[in-house]
Design a protein around this ligand. Structure first.
Ligand code: NAD
Length: 431
């Protein structure tokens, strides 16, 4: 089949490369000319394991990029909207980018003389596909949904860092369509994958995505709350969760306590569904607490540090890990951001290291010191905060020797002090 993908960020570029790998002809559309050029040169616009290889294999063969909506729509059967849906200043979903993409799509569909399917893959709150995207496409195309064009919602569940693998090995494919014809076109695109397709209506598909992310976020905040209580009682929360997680109704994953969740999805998606609930007159108490626990959690790292280093002004503090999680260069909502901001407020001298995310963090905090490796960050440091679960931090040992004071606050359960050859003053955030 022929498919166009609007937006070449994490979801768009991975979907494009994977659809090409499934044998489809793919056209990427992005308003960012730099990304268009990169993709046409076979270079991934973001870092994702395996993405460079797929783009190198299919670019200029079955995959091309353009900023021309008309060309892309004329030469494809379906267009996937994969643009960003950030939070607005109140935490509610900001649909302005989705609206702009829908209008451009509508204008291009106006010039097409046969059926086209519009697919929303961006994470959007329930009712958006039917009450926002559909009317905009109708308005700008002058055509009728369900007759001249189809419309469906197909949420994406990939994990950053493992996105290509997740796309090709999904545990669920959800297609929420306004009619059978649209749903059929979308599910055909996934025919080669070994996964049953859940067919439903658009608003249910939209809700499935939010419930999925909100539940995972709830598990993490639950684990962090339990972890905070365990720490005060001198109980190892990881031992607790290892036992609790053996219950098949609960499952061990996402019960690791730490400095909280970040990334482009969980924080904004939980806030967006809270906003939607408020719009319909429901007060989502539990989801509000999930966000509150998560907002407090990174600052616990500073509280623990201050128990050991009372005056942070002028003290060198190593921050290990800037990405919101390991195996990605994405820093969106990373828990290291509030930690660095608070350290700065307290006058600390910050030496940061991350294997991948330095360039992104430099845009937010150009004034802090960025180091080539952990040893350089730890040199003469008065304290160290571990913020991301990069596997290389698990191997740290003699590197702590170069610190002025070997105070280590671990936000990700990376260090086992009893196994080190060096003595350190260690605190885990919840253990
Ligand atoms: P992103 O910000 O990385 O990429 C969005 C892309 O859209 C950018 O390249 C931007 O230049 C482009 N764009 C903006 N306006 C455009 C327009 N009018 N026409 C064409 N292109 C335009 O976003 P992302 O992380 O890929 O997320 C996209 C959506 O997918 C969001 O709704 C997000 O919540 C959801 N999602 C993300 C993930 C993830 O892990 N990142 C996972 C599942 C779902």
């Amino acid at each position: 089949m022929k498919v166009s993908i609007i937006g070449s960020g994490y979801v768009g570029s991975v979907s494009a490369a994977c659809f090409a790998d499934l044998g489809h002809e793919v056209i990427c559309i992005d308003i960012d000319e730099e990304k268009v050029k990169q993709i046409n040169a076979g270079i991934a616009p973001i870092w994702e394991e395996g993405l460079d290889d797929l783009l190198a294999k299919y670019t200029q063969k079955s995959l091309i990029a353009t900023s021309d909506y008309d060309y892309a729509v004329q030469n494809s059967d379906a267009s996937f909207i994969c643009v960003g849906t950030p939070s607005d200043e109140f935490g509610n979903i900001d649909l302005s980018i989705v609206k702009a993409a829908s209008a451009s799509l509508g204008r291009a569909i106006a010039k097409k003389d046969h059926y086209h399917v519009v697919v929303v893959k961006s994470t959007v709150v329930p009712e958006t596909t039917e009450k926002v995207v559909l009317p905009i496409v109708e308005e700008y195309s002058g055509k009728k949904a369900g007759k001249d064009f189809g419309i469906a919602m197909n949420p994406e569940f990939l994990r950053e860092g493992k996105a290509v693998y997740d796309f090709m090995n999904p545990d669920k494919i959800v297609v929420g369509a306004i009619d059978e014809r649209s749903g059929f076109v979308v599910s055909e695109l996934y025919r080669e994958l070994d996964c049953e397709v859940t067919h439903t209506n658009p608003r249910t598909a939209e809700m499935i995505k939010y419930v999925n992310n909100s539940f995972l976020a709830t598990k993490i905040s639950f684990a962090n709350e339990v972890g905070n209580i365990c720490k005060q009682l001198g109980i190892d929360t990881y031992e607790v969760m290892d036992a609790v997680g053996t219950d098949f109704r609960i499952e061990r994953q996402f019960l690791n306590s730490g400095a909280g969740f970040g990334g482009s999805c969980f924080p904004k998606d939980v806030k967006a569904i809270i906003g939607k609930a408020k719009d319909i007159g429901y007060e989502p108490q539990l989801l509000r607490s999930v966000v509150e626990v998560n907002d407090r959690q990174p600052l616990k790292m500073i509280e623990l540090l201050q128990e050991k280093v009372t005056k942070l002004k002028g003290k060198r503090i190593a921050v290990l890990g800037l990405a919101f999680k390991n195996d990605t260069d994405d820093i969106r909502e990373s828990r290291s951001i509030p930690v660095i901001a608070e350290l700065q407020r307290l006058g600390a001298d910050i030496a940061a290291y991350d294997p991948m995310a330095e360039e992104h963090m430099k845009k937010l905090f150009p004034e802090i010191t960025y180091c080539k490796n952990s040893s350089e960050a730890l040199l003469e440091a008065d304290g160290c905060l571990i913020m991301t679960e990069w596997s290389e931090f698990r191997e740290l040992d003699k590197e702590f020797n170069v610190m002025a004071n070997r105070i280590v606050i671990d936000g990700r359960h990376m260090i086992k002090p009893e196994r080190l050859s060096v003595e350190i003053d260690y605190s885990g955030i919840c253990w």
